[in-house]
Design a protein. Structure first.
Lengths: 257, 423
């Protein structure tokens, strides 16, 4: 579809000219490897199996420190989990509810309608448990970082030994793609088999990072599939309408030119 | 027959009854039906109508967003994300509104460019032009306050930086800023008043747009030749000729708009605005929305804060007096061989300012911004006033109909403006 490609080029040009310029400045021109994802492109869609595995990675690894307070357990239905599975996942956490008729706060098992339970009650508690650093909420993380999913993927893969001569502060870790290269988060996904996938997929580091990136992108843009599918239909419709409008215009103007 | 009724030409009894008492149908027929319009418009003349449509889209989407938005520092960010997730087609409303703002500025910048190139600001359209500049200023204020509402990092810090500009004024500066904020920092009172004003301003814009159109319908439209229509052979009725032509432009506009909304909804935004506002963490680069960057670049080009603020406001204020700065009696630059290259450089400077406005304030961008800013003002204050005296314009065509028909033989019957039988 060359028409779409040139449109895309137009917008990229426009973006470079204008809004996207600070992107280059902000990331100190660290170039990200371009990772191919199923949700890229005009017909992009989520790989549901991968996103489900990604949720497992989030639950077993990330959720120890990172909240996702904008998501509800019911949202997982969109990834293909059944009502019973979602209810089961929700029931594994205890939520504080109330006050009840006696004025007491009560704990109860989570429900599908609950938002994801946050690991810490507040920012201070999160900082106290993490050496002063605040693990950001991951609900919209791929929209909140320049480079989006590419950046998250690169960051999670970007741990390693610092170049010779670089001093890493106490409690910090070297990361190739983090601004300033010193990040408080230790490599969260560091060894093959760290998560045991329910579906039998071999859990290599790259696989786990790809899956969790897929999951986080879905979490940030759950409307992505519907949006892109609608866009394709609307632009096709408008192209035809444009042809008709132009034909009408020619006919109306035929006696003037 | 009762006295005092309007004599209506409409045959339909219901329309006739209403029209006799309130001649809105006659008015619409006169202003948008038979309204004589120069026959030689190019597609640049679409952009006024496009801006009107864009304003309606912004108001329509905005009303529904406001139904679901919470103007509170602790809830605004999450309420916007709730619109994206839980409100039916909320993502469509919000992305259409956010990208609609960008589209609005693209359309209006082209509309202004059109006015500058074809001399639409010259007599007798000076007031029409000045009202247009007022609309532009109102748009900027509205867009700025709208960007604050999601209460992300750029919302907060953009609001802080821009409102702080007023502190540059001596003596009263600090008091003005406190008054704008409703406190001693950008906080909940600021967010609340910005929401209130953001809802109010579009309706003010709508009123001023009405004046803009009213003034236009007194002087009539300019055209690519910049000469006045001399008779019915030079014009066509607005409908169906320009309704048909505007429809073509409108569909193209919608295709561009749809590509942004559906495929690149965050391209023109800033990732930092998906991080909730935090007064304790300053983003590494505070950048306004792309459409403010040329003026932001002018602001930063001056080492002195007050000077920068004055120059930035001056860069728009100067447009008000443009009709008197441009001394050439020739409107269209088609016939101004000297003005054309100078104007091309001015356009280039505007784009350069847009570019460097998004760059960090360091070399070489500072010097580039200074040179472009200097030319921006030089063009209006020195070049245009002098050109009117020095330039020898090309001969103007006798009438609009003549160059269109090439030749000069008798006019075909179809070229005459005709009444509304097609409607």
């Amino acid at each position: 579809m060359p028409a779409f490609r040139s449109l895309r080029a137009l917008f990229l040009g426009l973006g470079l000219m204008a809004g996207a310029t600070p992107a280059l400045a902000a990331s100190e021109a660290i170039s990200l490897p371009d990772t191919r994802f199923s949700f890229d492109g005009l017909f992009g869609h989520f790989d549901r199996a991968s996103a489900q595995r990604g949720f497992q990675v989030y639950k077993e690894v990330c959720s120890g420190c990172h909240s996702m307070h904008l998501l509800a357990y019911r949202n997982l239905r969109q990834l293909g989990l059944s009502e019973a599975e979602v209810a089961g996942i929700a029931a594994t956490v205890q939520m504080m509810d109330g006050p009840n008729d006696e004025g007491q706060m009560v704990e109860r098992p989570g429900r599908a309608s609950d938002r994801f339970k946050s690991p810490f009650p507040n920012e201070q508690a999160a900082r106290a448990a993490n050496n002063g650093a605040y693990p950001p909420d991951l609900s919209v993380i791929t929209k909140a970082r320049e480079g989006g999913a590419d950046y998250i993927h690169a960051l999670l893969m970007g741990y390693g030994d610092p170049p010779a001569g670089m001093q890493i502060a106490d409690g910090m870790h070297y990361n190739k793609y983090f601004a300033g290269h010193q990040i408080a988060m230790p490599a969260p996904i560091s060894s093959d088999g760290q998560v045991e996938y329910h579906d039998g997929t071999r859990a290599t580091v790259d696989q786990m990072v790809t899956d969790v990136t897929q999951f986080l992108t879905w979490a940030a843009e759950p409307e992505l599939e519907e949006r892109k599918a609608m866009g394709v239909k609307i632009i096709l419709f408008l192209t035809i309408l444009g042809g008709l409008a132009y034909a009408v215009k020619r006919k109306v103007w035929a006696d003037v030119h | 027959m009762a006295t005092g009724l309007h004599k209506s030409d409409f045959q339909n009894p219901v329309i006739r009854w209403v029209d006799a008492r309130l001649p809105v149908f006659t008015m619409m027929q006169k202003e948008y039906g038979t309204f004589p319009t120069p026959r030689n418009f190019n597609y640049f003349w679409n952009f006024g109508a496009l801006a009107m449509v864009n304003l309606v889209i912004m108001i329509a989407t905005g009303i529904f967003l406001a139904m679901n938005y919470t103007a509170h520092t602790g809830m605004a960010f999450d309420s916007v994300e709730r619109i994206m997730r839980d409100v039916n087609y909320g993502w469509l409303l919000r992305y259409a509104h956010a990208n609609g703002a960008s589209m609005f500025f693209i359309v209006v910048y082209i509309h202004i460019f059109r006015g500058l190139y074809y001399g639409s600001y010259k007599a007798p359209r000076e007031l029409l032009w000045m009202i247009g500049v007022v609309i532009f200023l109102l748009m900027m204020a509205t867009a700025f306050m709208g960007y604050v509402l999601p209460w992300g990092q750029m919302s907060f810090w953009g609001a802080t930086v821009i409102t702080n500009l007023f502190s540059a004024f001596p003596l009263v500066g600090e008091s003005i800023v406190t008054w704008l904020w409703g406190g001693f920092s950008v906080d909940n009172p600021t967010l609340n008043r910005f929401f209130s004003l953001h809802y109010l301003m579009p309706f003010v814009i709508f009123g001023v747009v009405f004046l803009h159109v009213a003034a236009l319908h007194i002087t009539g439209s300019n055209n690519p030749l910049g000469i006045d229509p001399k008779g019915p052979q030079d014009t066509v009725p607005f409908h169906p000729y320009y309704t048909a032509k505007d429809s073509v432009g409108l569909v193209v506009y919608f295709i561009v708009f749809a590509a942004l909304v559906f495929f690149f909804p965050n391209l023109l935004g800033h990732a930092d605005n998906y991080i909730p506002a935090n007064p304790l963490v300053t983003p590494p680069h505070i950048v306004p929305e792309w459409y403010f960057l040329p003026f932001y670049a002018i602001l930063r080009a001056v080492p002195d804060k007050l000077g920068g603020v004055l120059l930035m406001f001056g860069s728009i204020a100067i447009l008000f007096v443009l009709p008197w700065l441009d001394t050439s009696p020739v409107r269209s630059m088609r016939f101004r061989p000297l003005a054309r290259p100078f104007f091309a450089v001015w356009c280039l400077c505007f784009i350069v300012l847009l570019y460097v406005g998004g760059k960090p304030p360091e070399e070489p961008f500072v010097t580039i911004a200074r040179v472009a800013t200097a030319y921006y003002f030089l063009y209006f204050l020195v070049i245009l006033p002098l050109l009117g005296r020095l330039e020898r314009p090309l001969p103007l065509p006798e009438s609009i109909a003549r160059p269109v028909l090439r030749g000069g033989g008798p006019l075909p019957a179809g070229a005459m403006s005709k009444p509304m039988e097609k409607a």
